[in-house]
Write a protein that binds this ligand. Structure first.
Ligand code: ACO
Length: 323
């Protein structure tokens, strides 16, 4: 028998305010047509004044707990993937813990930018597999609207805010690729590529800073690294592309999503796509897409899912799981 981390529930939260591409035409030399054709993005949500990453993470977590039929008291650990925590410290995860009314267990953040949720899921899986926790809330939540340079048309039209959460629960599996739960993970980073995507500020540089990205350079790395990590995870699970029911990719750009599916030899009707409605929500994009994919009736129990993501660092990785 093998201890598996099985998804027991999922939920998400999106801020109320929706910003259509056309809104940017008033202040920037850009167009709905450019944004749509280059990125696939049509609209995104922006957090309200005073609405923070931990507030959104808590709402997504409450929805995931309700879906799992659990309460916060059932949870042993919270892992929040974010690069936009409310405060420098404490972690967003401990703030979620307090907002959920939890007085036991442990909580911490994982920061791997857009690859954050894949990193968080892999770490939460290790906590479950090693017996350190039975039930873990894994959350991706971001307020990237707070680190945009609103005069930089090459970045500010691409990102959005939101949160997604899932509950992992320890279950005994047979140890085969037919088991439900996380079957394999693959994590990578290469810090030599720091200058392709970063925020030009931080605690030790005395300002919050703004996101800076050489988008076309990131693009060049994305398809190959994403297809490669997906292949590695599938191989570790003893599976191949033919076994995949759904790719649930990081939602940064429809052309990257299409290119990766093509490189994996899979058609687009096996890909959950939400980038048109959410923009790039960094670490929140995969749990948002998983939650929306389930709500749409695309993802069903027993489906084999590959998630993959790349972001600042560069950091990238993938998780293969059976729903
Ligand atoms: N409106 C109109 N024109 C624009 C805009 C805009 N909003 N933004 C850029 N342009 C212009 C550029 O100035 C450039 O003009 P020039 O040719 O006169 O110099 C032209 O459009 C082409 O620019 P590129 O950057 O080469 O355009 P590209 O086709 O590469 O698309 C994009 C840009 C959408 C950013 C794409 O490169 C991309 O998606 N990259 C990957 C982003 C990503 O995946 N990031 C990782 C995750 S994010 C994270 O970790 C936080």
């Amino acid at each position: 028998m093998t201890r598996r981390a099985v998804i027991a529930g999922i939920g998400h939260y999106l801020p109320e305010r929706i910003v259509e591409n056309a809104e940017f035409e008033a202040t920037l030399d850009t167009s709905d047509e450019w944004i749509r054709s280059r990125s696939g993005i049509e609209r995104r949500h922006f957090a309200a004044e005073g609405e923070t990453t931990s507030n959104m993470a808590t709402k997504a977590a409450q929805n995931a707990l309700a879906d799992a039929g659990m309460t916060a008291d059932d949870i042993d650990a919270i892992v929040v993937a974010t690069s936009t925590a409310d405060l420098t410290f404490p972690s967003a995860a401990t703030m979620v813990q307090a907002q959920l009314g939890m007085t036991k267990g442990f909580a911490f953040d994982v920061q791997a930018v857009c690859a954050g949720f894949v990193y968080a899921l892999s770490n939460a899986n290790a906590l479950v597999a090693s017996g350190q926790a039975d039930k873990v809330l894994v959350i991706g939540a971001e307020t990237f609207s707070k680190i945009m340079d609103w005069t930089d048309r090459s970045t500010c039209v691409l990102f959005g805010d939101g949160a997604g959460a899932l509950v992992l629960e320890a279950q005994e599996g047979a140890g085969t690729s037919d088991d439900r739960g996380i079957l394999a993970t693959d994590l990578n980073s290469d810090g030599r590529f720091k200058d392709l995507l970063y925020v030009d500020g931080g605690v030790s540089t005395q300002n919050t800073g703004h996101l800076r990205m050489q988008g076309n350079q990131v693009f060049r790395h994305a398809v190959e690294k994403l297809a490669s990590t997906a292949h590695t995870s599938l191989e570790r699970a003893g599976l191949g592309a033919d076994d995949v029911d759904w790719i649930v990719p990081h939602q940064a750009n429809i052309r990257i999503i299409q290119g990766t599916a093509k490189k994996m030899g899979l058609p687009m009707d096996k890909v959950v796509v939400t980038v048109q409605d959410h923009g790039n929500t960094s670490a929140a994009s995969i749990p948002l897409a998983l939650s929306v994919g389930k709500a749409r009736g695309q993802i069903k129990q027993g489906d084999l899912i590959v998630t993959e993501a790349i972001g600042g660092g560069l950091a990238w990785g993938s998780v293969v799981l059976r729903w």
